[in-house]
Write a protein that binds this ligand. Sequence first.
Ligand code: UDP
Length: 326
Amino acid sequence: MRVLVTGGAGYIGSATVQALLAKGHDVEILDNFSTGHRKALADVPLHEGTLLDDSFVSSVFANPFDAVIHFAAFSLVGESVTDPLKYYRNNVAGSLNLIKSVADGGAKRFVFSSTAAVYGEPDKMPIVESTPTVPVNPYGRTKLAIEYCLGDAASAVGFPAVALRYFNAAGAVPGLGEDHEPETHLIPRLLRSLVDENVSFKIFGNDYDTPDGTCIRDYIHIADLAVAHIKAIEAVDEIGLTQINLGTGDGQSVQEIVECASRITGREISPAITSRRAGDPPRLVAANDKAKSILGWIPKKSDLDSIITDAWNWHSNNPDGYNDRG
Ligand code: UDP
């Protein structure tokens, strides 16, 4: 298939481009490098520009695509709270331009990179796709707004579209890893603290109602996420319009991650425990039955050892990440 990947220079986007190319797809990337990395770019046609520029976006679709996979978005929860309009403008308004081009015939199918943040803080675990969507921060609300917009446009025009709701993306694939600025996520912060003395790592609270008191999340390897996107573009014609969780169905605590990282890196890691980070629910775990039954997707690399081994390989070989900050 001829596939346009927006955000193809980003963490999950670049891994998906790598997997699409390995499967023989014909890929083009749209990115503005606001958070992506030129060093993460595959050698494929690049459309450099912003989704906010509607004439640029429609020009990208001059030659229609078989599928669009839409990753490009801002994704820092804390920043979305302090600067929500930046998130609504970039994520929602940018996506509107993209969806409009697809609705106008620019592509046959659409796969959207959504998030578990659309669910907010549900009480019942694991989280199924019919769990009410009550996002608790602007980031989650922008993703949910795009899901609505995409769903309405897809129904009106009749193109198949699927929203993939990821849980905690983690790990690395050959040559491509996690490098955000600022980095807020657990695994990259923990591993970077072992290779960069300027990065400190602390556990945010050990008084949660979980077996060891630290928060539990469902970590999913980006190699598995990439496979799910390929399965989604291949299956979306039959699926129609839907939302699918991407997680393992199993959760690991912060403490378990620290212990696993200590074992795999051979370093003694004994982080300080600080107070809870605002807005962290104690436990978020996906039900992934729908992904299994509809996409035939089974995570293969998302055991914690594989995730930490691959992430450590990336961070220890790239202590400054992509080293492309100004
Ligand atoms: N966390 C932590 N120290 C850090 C970063 C994260 O203890 O430096 C904890 C965080 O409080 C949460 C878990 O690790 O309980 C996962 O956080 P992350 O930001 O990776 O993902 P989230 O689930 O918040 O999107």
